[in-house]
Design a binder for this molecule. Structure first.
Ligand code: JDH
Length: 235
């Protein structure tokens, strides 16, 4: 099996510059993944290289035209013979979560379409849904409105690529996540609080149980903290 590839299409390719930093940059340098960024504008026609137009039916703002998107998507798809997952970022998409991050971390080729303005002409979704070489997913990263899909693509890529084998230096922390903390009824709990040295800082002490060396007591205390914090979040 060949290495996974991620492509991002945007009219603001510079927005994706952080993809070559830190963990994501190292993952590419180490040959674990390939990440490509494509400027949508290259696929626009005419002297003005326009990528948007007024919405049918009226309303405020502009909608991105389908033709430049289809040319850009076909162009990045042609570069691999794999099956393609086309992720269209939109505030109306399915809410992104850790289960979806795991799913995308197992795919051969994921293409992120980052729109701007009021989003992309819906026929792009319809057109690629008709193509069996593509699985189209409309995804949102949360219930708030961004100006475009770029920040969402960065967040998704960071969460997905750290799950690819070999990317994290310390797989023990991934292992911990996969048996992540479960409550009495097997529901997902939030993290317990973490502390490091010094044991006393600005008058605040680390809970004594964490200094006790008693691993049973520590595990019980952490489980209790997770349960309490989860209950608090729900209020
Ligand atoms: C992609 C363009 C900006 C702004 C219309 C939507 C009223 C539509 N979690 C997330 N939030 N936002 C995005 C996201 C935003 C995007 C694009 C992703 C492309 N935009 C945009 C306003 C509207 N507006 C809210 N309704 C209540 C109508 C697009 C995102 C992700 N992922």
């Amino acid at each position: 099996m060949s290495k996974p590839r991620f492509d991002v299409i945007s009219i603001f390719p510079e927005y994706l510059a952080p993809l070559s930093l830190s963990l994501l940059g190292k993952a590419q340098e180490n040959g674990l993944v390939d990440i490509g960024v494509t400027d949508l504008r290259v696929f626009a026609d005419g002297a003005h290289k326009s990528v948007d137009d007024t919405p049918y039916g009226g309303g405020a703002g502009m909608v991105m035209s389908p033709e430049p998107w289809a040319r850009a998507i076909d162009s990045v798809a042609e570069q691999t013979d794999a099956h393609h997952d086309l992720v269209i970022l939109t505030p109306a998409g399915k809410k992104f979560d850790q289960a979806l991050a795991y799913e995308l971390s197992q795919r051969d080729h994921v293409i992120f379409a980052c729109g701007r303005y009021e989003g992309i002409d819906y026929r792009i979704t319809e057109h690629y849904r008709e193509n069996p070489e593509f699985a189209v997913r409309e995804i949102s990263i949360g219930d708030y409105v961004l100006n475009g899909g770029e920040v969402a693509a960065l967040a998704i890529l960071e969460s997905v690529i750290r799950l690819i084998p070999g990317v994290l230096g310390n797989p023990a922390s991934l292992d911990e996540e996969s048996h992540s903390i479960k409550g009495e009824n097997d529901e997902q709990l939030v993290e317990y609080p973490s502390y490091t040295k010094p044991a006393e800082w600005r008058g605040l002490e680390v809970p004594a149980v964490l200094l006790s060396g008693n691993h049973g007591d520590i595990a019980r205390w952490r489980a209790e903290q997770s349960a309490t914090r989860t209950r608090k979040l729900k209020e």
